[in-house]
Ligand binder design. Structure first.
Ligand code: DGY
Length: 319
């Protein structure tokens, strides 16, 4: 019997591909491909495993992948995987929790700081040669330290953000989560609240919850209307958690003061997207987990999941 075929796509580190290649045949597609592409379709048709970032694995995909034993995400989010369809066909699904917590928390806290202190705008101000005199106060930001941060979704990354907020910035932390997190309460002085009071009391509201049918458009018009007019909204989770039309309205009509967004409902975000027209809103291309070191760590973790399944075991990060 030949080596099992692993299809790797869209960001799998060289080290992880080399690890897989010790026992498998690896076909690598550097960008996201679609099943329209004959080469990708042909590879998927013979694949025992697929590994990569956020490829839509649904019924239609699975029909083209009859030998598949595992879909291994190189991400902690897994809204791209139809878990029901996978499980019906007895195909394992896995993600890469833990390894990205600190890296992603750094990026999302950076986004919060950038939106609060208007860092991208003032960077442009300098580079455009506008710094001829004292900075006009319409470029002034708001304080982060000693303010209240409301975290929606206190998972592992949420906790890493709480840690930075509490110990780096003396922030007061509120959180909303399906279950209470006594450890986060003890360690970071975080207080659990219902969603509405969190929105009303927080100076910064940060969504870190996975996208599920329950969290789809959790931040809608009613939610933004509850926030303080001076508040900053940060989305570090998934675009679908936010009703983007409502967010645009909230900024346009000044229900909130500013926003920072790392994720969009459509990625890459189309250039005419209305959120991109506000100079003070900070928009990032979903960079939460993207550092060289972390990409390799996540790829290796996903590769371990693949190798475990091909070795007849359950993947350590089974979904
Ligand atoms: C994740 O791992 O889910 C990050 O958002 C990167 O995709």
């Amino acid at each position: 019997m030949g080596k099992p075929l692993v299809v790797a796509y869209n960001r799998v580190s060289r080290e992880a591909r080399e690890k897989l290649a010790e026992t498998c045949e690896v076909r690598y597609f550097e960008q996201s491909e679609t099943l329209e592409d004959p080469e990708f379709r042909e590879a998927v048709a013979g694949a025992s495993a697929i590994i990569g970032v956020e490829y839509e694995v649904d019924e239609a995909f699975l029909e083209q992948a009859p030998c598949l034993r595992i879909a291994a995400n190189v991400s902690v989010g897994y809204d791209n995987l139809d878990l029901e369809a996978l499980s019906t066909r007895g195909v394992y699904a896995s993600n890469t929790p833990e390894v990205l917590n600190d890296t992603t928390a750094d990026a999302i806290f950076g986004l919060l700081l950038a939106a609060a202190r208007r860092i991208p705008e003032t960077d442009r101000y300098v580079k455009d040669g506008k710094w001829q005199n004292t900075l006009p106060d319409d470029y002034f930001g708001v304080d982060v330290h000693h303010r209240t941060l409301g975290i929606i979704g206190m998972g592992r990354i949420g906790e890493a953000i709480a840690k930075r907020a509490r110990f780096g910035f003396d922030m007061n932390i509120l959180y909303y989560n399906r279950s209470r997190k006594p450890e986060a309460e003890d360690k970071y002085g975080a207080s659990w609240t219902e969603l509405e009071p969190l929105l009303e009391q927080s100076d910064f509201v940060c969504t870190m919850t996975p996208l599920t049918k329950d969290t789809y458009h959790l931040m809608d018009e009613a939610a933004f209307r509850r926030m303080k007019a001076s508040a900053v909204f940060i989305n570090g989770s998934r675009g679908g958690v936010v009703d983007e039309e409502a967010l645009v309205k909230a900024i346009q009509e000044r229900w909130i003061w500013n926003a920072g967004v790392d994720v969009f409902s459509e990625e890459p975000v189309p250039s005419g997207h209305p959120l991109l027209k506000f100079p003070h809103v900070v928009t990032l291309p979903h960079i939460g987990s993207f550092t060289e070191e972390n990409e390799n760590n996540m790829s290796l973790r996903a590769a371990e999941n693949v190798l475990q399944v091909l070795d007849g075991k359950e993947p350590q990060d089974q979904l």
